[in-house]
Design a binder for this molecule. Structure first.
Ligand code: 6GU
Length: 241
């Protein structure tokens, strides 16, 4: 088994305490993932440990300076564990490409992910440009700027948590029943672009509401057909297709 390594660089390392919990926490304990959180301010050189500055050309807010990011990313890169590993740099930003289940699957196949969590109005654009240039940075696997959706968060930390959880549960041994991954909403294959329909457990009647008869019929073909139909209905009603 190869451990998936994840480095996170942030000015708020405490944001990542929840990774110790639940599924991701267990995967860390079991050595399936190795998550290391780094404080960007440890890579500043001035007395105030400053990481931001005003944008060229004017405009509201502050930007993150490239210098601490360069120092922090180079330090992470030089702490290589296994031979022939190249990190993929993921920069959460509302202007990135939308996160999808397909991206989560792709990144679950990647042995080293580095998250650069920006605050304020984002990170000086030359950071993504520099680490994404294979001629300048051949020891990196590239840069992906990724967004959770069309709304604005205060920084990349929550987005990094989301991506880490989406990727981690796809790693072998993290979710015990492999079927629960193939049946997921947006799973690859037959379920691609579909959300799951409703599901039910006991009791069969709850506050006057019955479990659909087909689910207690014992007829697995009918059940599969009903579930496929419900997935279509739900997907359409959510305007996802
Ligand atoms: Cl990845 N970052 C921030 N700051 N806001 C977002 C986002 C990411 N995705 C949606 N909104």
């Amino acid at each position: 088994m190869t451990t998936t390594r994840i480095d996170v660089i942030t000015i708020f390392p405490d944001y990542f305490a929840p990774l110790q919990l639940s599924l991701v926490g267990k995967a860390m304990t079991e050595g399936i993932i190795d998550i290391r959180v780094h404080d960007l301010r440890d890579h500043t050189t001035d007395r105030h440990r400053s990481v931001d500055d005003t944008p060229y050309g004017g405009g509201p807010g502050m930007l993150m300076s490239p210098e601490p990011w360069g120092m922090a990313l180079d330090a992470v890169r030089s702490a290589q564990q296994a031979p022939n590993q190249r990190p993929l740099l993921i920069i959460p930003t509302p202007s990135g490409e939308p996160l999808t289940q397909e991206l989560a699957h792709r990144w679950a196949e990647t042995d080293w992910l580095v998250f650069a969590c920006g605050r304020y109005e984002g990170i000086d654009a030359r950071v993504a440009q520099y680490y994404g240039d294979a001629k300048v940075c051949p020891d990196w696997a590239g840069v992906r700027e990724v967004s959770l959706g069309n709304y604005v968060l205060a920084g990349g930390e929550v987005a990094a948590l989301v991506i880490i959880e989406a990727v981690s549960r796809l790693l072998p041994g993290v979710v015990s029943n492999a079927d629960s991954i193939t049946d997921d909403s947006f799973a690859l294959g037959a379920m691609a672009d579909l959300v799951e329909g409703p599901s039910f457990t006991r009791p069969r009647t709850w506050r006057g509401l019955e479990v659909p008869e087909v689910l207690v019929s014992g007829n697995h073909e009918r059940i599969a057909a009903w579930r496929a139909e419900q997935a279509q209905i739900r997907t359409q009603s959510r305007h996802l297709r």
